[in-house]
Write a new protein. Structure first.
Length: 232
């Protein structure tokens, strides 16, 4: 008996685009005409033919406390597959010019906030990548603030281990690039303030993240396992 239904052919499905959010402070945020790491990574993904959606949710001046207040709107609401997080410099800053003697966000609270982000992402099977804050070399004299970064870097590394997420040591990459030479670090990788990476510094960040993606291709292939079949 002949079927009244037409033959259906399944077109080879295209992989769904991987959805990436970068979430952090001014190190990751857009900055005027600077070719920041998220833009450089987008170009690399495009050149490799990897389908993607890349959302930059970096905000200048943000701490983890501020990030926590916008986490739902600026991260989870985008339904990401991968979240790259970059917080620490502002949290560890001590505003000595205001008479402060403690960091803007205590180390304990910083740890709680990062743990909150990581646990919420893990609940949703979203891949988290932490990258460390680059060195801070303020050039203002006297400096408006001091940055107690070492303890916060150690906290990042520990939480990456505790939550089994990927960790990109951008801080070390900067130091390696300059060979430990502070003057070279300032001249080659930073804007004049000594706190924010210039385009070459942003390239160091992008390259470090790209290297991780090359070593762990499953990070970007997560959506490729869920293609939507198309009927012809």
């Amino acid at each position: 008996m002949n079927s009244l239904l037409p033959d259906l052919k399944i077109k080879n499905p295209a992989p769904l685009p991987v959805r990436i959010v970068i979430f952090g402070d001014s190190i990751s945020a857009y900055r005027d005409n600077l070719n920041v790491a998220s833009l450089q990574l987008s170009e690399r993904l495009k050149s490799e033919g990897i389908p993607f959606v890349f959302i930059n949710s970096g905000v200048r001046g943000n701490t983890t406390e501020m990030g926590r207040a916008r986490f739902q709107q600026d991260v989870l609401n985008h339904s990401p597959d991968v979240v790259i997080m970059a917080f620490g410099t502002n949290d560890a800053a001590v505003d000595v010019y205001l008479g402060k003697s403690e960091p803007r966000v205590t180390l304990e609270r910083y740890s709680e906030n990062l743990a909150f982000f990581l646990s919420e992402l893990a609940k949703r099977n979203i891949q988290a990548i932490l990258y460390s804050s680059p060195p801070v070399l303020p050039t203002e004299q006297p400096s408006k603030c001091t940055i107690r970064l070492d303890e916060y870097l150690a906290c990042q590394r520990q939480l990456a281990t505790d939550y089994s997420c990927f960790y990109v040591d951008v801080h070390k990459a900067f130091c390696d690039k300059a060979g430990g030479d502070r003057v070279k670090l300032l001249q080659d990788l930073y804007l004049p303030d000594g706190m924010h990476p210039n385009e070459s510094g942003q390239t160091v960040i992008a390259e470090a993240i790209w290297q991780l993606w090359q070593e762990q291709p499953g990070i970007l292939n997560s959506r490729a396992q869920e293609p939507a079949a198309e009927l012809l």
